[in-house]
Design a protein around this ligand. Structure first.
Ligand SMILES: Cc1cc2ncn([C@H]3O[C@H](COP(=O)(O)O)[C@@H](O)[C@H]3O)c2cc1C
Ligand SMILES: O=C(O)c1cccnc1
Length: 340
């Protein structure tokens, strides 16, 4: 008898998510102790102090760095976009890829502002995933392989990973993922995306409702939710979050779409996002309630609703300043300033 390979392509992913390393509490405590000594009233830098401690804990270093921040943008195409759920045609995804390459998108300018690297990953743009209202987006093998691609894509050395996405129709996919993971109503999870209103918005709500109804008997396993209702950029982002954790790289999430990918991991392991910061809260309707569910408090709230990693990239400025203060400020003793 030949040995049977009964393993599922998801086995390795489940193993990685079950064995995520925890924070370095010693480094966190040393960082918090240093913050108490720095030449400022204790707590006066507010959340900047917690950000420095967060980076210490997850980099495993009481003097964390943000010398090589990287924004990784994953791009994919979605069959559901053919249902008219976005005001923009699917062709925009590829056109925006060219714009990123030319250095002319919003995220390019924000990365340049903060000396952040930008890497854009094309996930088979000529082969949209099937319409999720009548099919699974991915089979198990493709979903696991795309997650593995996302893990590899972030290799190469970075001390802060910001995640972004490009994929016309993917706010519909994000809403379907949230509706699939958390229930509620389709209306509750659907927002305007790039500007859906009127009939486009009605079609979007109907598509999210139909997708979740079609897959309803298979939504108890978060990886099934991901492969059925997701898309390639979503799967790759989930993989990148896992890999960063194993490589001691703190992560900054972007808007609704990136956070929906993160939510899949949180549903598998409630501590899976402990190394992540929410870069901002998007104006996309359901983003705030999704962040609340994940216990994430956004760094910025600027009414942005762009995607492409722009909100995460913008928060690099805040994170860099937090680390610069942590590393560069004198202690009271060093500065010869009287303590209170
Ligand atoms: C010119 C342009 C640039 C973008 N950059 C990011 N997105 C964003 O919009 C898309 C999601 O919205 P929806 O679900 O409504 O299609 C994603 O591709 C996202 O990153 C863009 C959209 C457009 C039109
Ligand atoms: O919040 C997001 O991720 C978002 C919002 C609008 C369009 N694209 C992405």
């Amino acid at each position: 008898m030949f040995p049977q390979d009964t393993g599922s392509p998801f086995d390795d992913i489940r193993q990685l998510v079950a064995t995520l390393p925890g924070p370095n509490e010693g480094a966190r405590e040393a960082a918090l102790a240093r913050q108490e000594q720095l030449v400022k009233p204790p707590g006066a830098l507010g959340r900047l102090e917690a950000i420095a401690a967060h980076l210490s804990a997850w980099q495993g270093n009481s003097m964390p760095t943000v010398n090589r921040p990287m924004v990784a943008v994953f791009a994919a195409t979605h069959g559901v976009a053919e249902l008219g759920v976005s005001p923009y045609p699917g062709a925009v995804t590829k056109q925006m890829m060219a714009t990123f390459t030319a250095g002319k998108a919003a995220v390019n300018q924000i990365c340049a502002t903060f000396d952040a690297g930008l890497r854009v990953f094309d996930l088979a743009l000529d082969y949209p995933t099937p319409d999720i209202t009548t099919n699974a987006a991915l089979d198990e093998k493709a979903c696991a392989a795309t997650m593995a691609f996302g893990m590899e894509a972030i290799a190469g050395g970075s001390d802060l990973l910001c995640l972004g996405e490009m994929g016309i129709g993917n706010t519909t996919v994000a809403a379907a993922l949230c509706h699939g993971l958390y229930g509620g109503t389709a209306e509750e999870w659907v927002g305007a995306g790039t500007g859906a209103a009127g009939e486009v918005l009605d079609r979007k709500i109907a598509a999210v409702r139909a997708a979740v109804a079609f897959h309803k008997d298979h939504l108890s396993d978060p990886l099934e939710v991901l492969r059925r209702l997701g898309g390639r950029e979503i799967a790759a982002i989930a993989g990148a979050i896992i890999a960063a954790r194993h490589e001691k790289v703190p992560v900054v999430l972007d808007g609704y779409v990136v956070t929906a990918a993160a939510a899949v991991l949180h549903a598998m392991n409630p501590s899976a996002l402990d190394h992540c910061l929410a870069g901002h809260v998007s104006a996309e309707k359901a983003h705030r309630q999704l962040l609340d569910r994940l216990g994430l408090v956004p760094l910025l709230d600027l009414g942005m609703r762009l995607g492409e990693g722009s909100g995460a990239a913008l928060s690099i400025g805040v994170v860099k300043a937090a680390v610069a203060c942590h590393r560069g400020m004198a202690t009271f003793a060093e500065a010869g300033v009287s303590e209170g």
